[in-house]
Design a protein around this ligand. Structure first.
Ligand code: ADP
Length: 467
């Protein structure tokens, strides 16, 4: 690229020099020709004043030609009819043809200075002619000097033009090298920086250069690099979270499997003979199986919520029948725990995914019953606020200590692991709730006091219709 820029630069300079030199030479040559013509005419007027037309004109003409500086000139004096009266270049004027048809003579006779360039058959040279009409109007005076066209002046100009071109060319070589360098060096530096990405450095930072166009690229690359950096960090974090999740999930599954295996081995060994003990073992196996099923269901739910490209089917949901259905399924559990459930539910119509709404309300209600006290109560209220559905679940249970409140939405986090497990908890319920709330762009808020109770407030922008 450096070479290409260099040569292009040099070619442009050469072209510019050629064009400007040609134009310069043509202008100067034309100007010089004009000047020469003016000088010739001035001399002719001077001669017109000096000449005594009554005397020997031929003699006077040869005298004038003898003056220093006039030796190369040819002076011709013509009568009005074109007859040559005197010519400094020819001795025998009588033998000369009539000059009436000469271009410059014709012009002079019209009363203005006439000019011509041509080959003189008389003296066998290329000549530049100028002619005027004498002041008394009886004669035409003509002055000619050897003239080789433009070449006469080019001979003088060419050395100067060549020296100028050589200097300009040398300077252009120097500047072309510098300019090519100033363009390619930043590009090489940018390429070097970009190559770092290959070596596993996603975040690169490039300095600005003096060229605005390069800086536009650099700004875009810097911005992209910062975005890639953030994205890579996010991916790394997600990878860590996923790894943690799988190791926690397998650990959680291991415990019930170990228990089931233990009870099965004992039963198989024939050591347990008492029927009630056998029944107790079987019911424990069933409980562990239920726990595993819950765990697997919750894990599946979480992974479904995290798979962003899976389309979530939205439908119009009447909230009241849904709540009734959930409460009905929770009745036996509430009875077992000795907890009373109260509801205040407005008949709202929402647009959401049915399974997600069921999961959200169910998980909060199950927790409110599970972590309650005997004779305790749970209040469920669902109201609307403009586009939002506000769902509130309050209980009079054990409460959540302040330091744990922040963490209850984390996967597998439990305040009291023993209690949660005993109650068939998976540690994923609130994490699923949080995921669903985030999916709809809503928010969840928790207020709790140990031994007094807990209130979860969820706000979801899902209202389709209020009645
Ligand atoms: P789990 O399956 O253990 O109930 P969750 O994610 O639903 O898992 O809840 C996480 C933890 O938060 C629970 O183990 C429990 O310690 C605490 N928690 C959740 N809801 C309540 C509540 N209503 N009252 C007291 N503690 C609660």
């Amino acid at each position: 690229m450096k070479k290409a820029i260099f040569w292009r630069f040099v070619w442009i300079i050469l072209l510019a020099l050629a064009v400007s030199s040609t134009v310069f030479c043509v202008i100067i040559s034309n100007r010089s020709l004009e000047q020469t013509q003016e000088i010739l005419v001035d001399r002719l007027y001077m001669m017109d004043h000096m000449l005594d037309y009554n005397g020997d004109v031929e003699q006077q003409v040869s005298e004038i030609c003898g003056i220093q500086g006039n030796q190369n000139s040819r002076i011709t004096i013509l009568a009005q009819d074109g007859t040559v009266l005197a010519d400094s270049g020819v001795q025998d004027t009588d033998s000369m043809e009539n000059h009436m048809d000469r271009e410059e003579v014709q012009e002079a006779l019209k009363g203005q200075a006439g000019y011509a360039e041509r080959y003189s058959e008389t003296i066998h040279k290329n000549m530049l002619y100028a002619a005027i009409h004498s002041e008394n109007g009886d004669y035409v005076l003509r002055l000619a000097v050897p003239y080789e066209g433009m070449y006469t002046y080019l001979r003088m100009l060419i050395p100067a033009v060549l020296i100028g071109c050589a200097v300009a060319l040398a300077a252009s070589f120097y500047f072309a090298v510098r300019f090519a360098g100033s363009v390619t060096t930043p590009l090489n530096e940018i390429a070097g920086e970009l190559r770092k990405v290959d070596k596993g450095e996603p975040e690169i930072f490039m300095k600005n250069y003096k060229y605005e166009e390069l800086n536009v690229i650099i700004d875009a690359v810097n911005q992209m690099s910062a975005e890639i950096g953030t994205y890579v960090k996010k991916l790394e974090l997600e990878r860590i979270i996923r790894q943690e999740f799988f190791s926690n999930a397998s650990h959680e599954l291991k415990t019930p499997i170990t228990s089931i295996k233990g009870y099965t081995e004992l039963l198989e060994s024939g050591l347990v003979t008492k029927e009630e003990v056998q029944k107790d073992f079987l019911s424990r196996i069933e409980k562990e199986t239920d726990h595993m099923t819950n765990l697997i269901n919750d894990i599946l739910m979480i992974s479904k919520l995290e798979t962003k490209d899976v389309e979530v089917e939205m439908s119009t949901i009447q909230i009241y029948p849904l709540v009734e259905d959930i409460l009905k399924s929770l009745e036996p559990m509430a009875r077992d725990y000795g907890v009373k459930v109260y509801t205040e539910c407005k008949p709202l119509t929402i647009r959401a995914n049915l399974q997600q709404m069921r999961e959200l309300i169910n998980n909060l209600m199950v927790n409110a019953i599970k972590y309650n006290k005997p004779e305790g109560s749970v209040h469920l209220s669902i109201i609307s606020d403009q586009e939002d559905m506000i769902l509130m679940v309050s209980d009079t249970g054990v409460g959540i200590p302040r330091e744990a409140q922040r963490r209850v939405f984390e996967r597998f986090y439990r305040v009291d692991k023993g209690r949660s497990k005993k109650m068939g908890g998976t540690g994923l319920g609130l994490s699923i709730v949080k995921h669903i709330v985030n999916y709809y762009g809503g928010n969840i808020h928790l207020e709790s006091q140990v031994d007094v109770g807990t209130t979860f407030t969820v706000r979801l922008p899902v209202i389709q219709e209020r009645k």
